[in-house]
Design a binder for this molecule. Structure first.
Ligand SMILES: [Zn+2]
Length: 253
């Protein structure tokens, strides 16, 4: 772990994070402002490069180059609706019996874009209050970078361990490992008065259906009572519909 900085003072952490924030807005052809409306894989690559330079003197990229068969992949995920980010090591055994590794960091773009929108509340990521989307993105990237660093040094990683929390605290001043970004679930309940368990109405092929919301992710899963439907744990039989939340009308019960 010699290559990683031992401890950054609060002032140094704040200054480096601010440098990264300003530099990313300057370099990205897409973001435009701290509350960007779109983000691409290229922005994540820029952001990672800035962190590697500011906090690690390029150690991350060179360690990946030494250990993996490809450079780190950075990806904006449109489908992650729980985690803010995810760092993965993909491993395969080559013909020579040696392992070939690749690393990937995925960031939940959809959650970032839902946050600092019409659901107005303070947002805390890694124990730090964030002022805009870019600020929240930085916290998530920092968290994922610690996962990557642990994988590179120890071959395994978990943010529930003391070791992880300690490193995240020393390098980035993190006080926690969780995020409270706005989820599709929360937005739906704030915007449309629809949440899990709500009775809802919707039109389907010209028919008006009434059912109960069972799950909300990309769309809402609505269970509509139907004799020939599948049996659920409550004993009833239902047909399952996937409906965009704005198309649901809450029914007062
Ligand atoms: Zn984690």
């Amino acid at each position: 772990m010699e290559q990683l900085p031992v401890h950054n003072s609060a002032e140094v952490v704040a200054a480096k994070k601010a440098t990264v924030y300003e530099a990313l807005l300057r370099l990205s052809p897409r973001l435009g402002s701290g509350n960007f409306a779109a983000i691409g894989d290229g922005d994540l690559a820029l952001l990672f490069g800035l962190y590697d330079r500011e906090f690690f003197d390029g150690w991350l990229a060179s360690a990946v180059a030494k250990q993996a068969e490809k450079p780190l992949a950075l990806r904006v995920s449109a489908t992650m609706t729980r985690s803010g980010g995810k760092t993965t090591r993909f491993r395969r055994r080559g013909r020579d019996g040696q392992f070939r590794d690749r690393y990937e960091i995925a960031i939940a773009g959809r959650l970032l874009l839902l946050t600092f929108g019409d659901v107005d509340r303070p947002v805390v990521v890694c124990g730090l209050t964030c002022r805009d989307r870019l600020d929240a993105l930085q916290r998530i990237m920092e968290h994922e970078i610690i996962h990557l660093a642990e994988l590179l040094v120890w071959g395994s990683t978990s943010c529930s361990t003391r070791r992880f929390k300690n490193i995240a605290g020393r390098i980035f001043g993190h006080a926690d490992t969780k995020h409270d970004l706005v989820t599709p679930h929360e937005r739906a309940s704030v915007q449309h008065g629809v949440s899990v368990g709500s009775q809802v109405e919707f039109d389907f092929n010209g028919r008006q259906m009434v059912g109960r919301v069972n799950r909300i992710s990309q769309r809402a899963t609505v269970l509509v009572p139907a004799e020939a439907g599948r049996r659920y744990t409550d004993g009833g039989t239902y047909d399952k519909y996937y409906i965009p939340v704005p198309m649901l009308r809450p029914v007062c019960t």
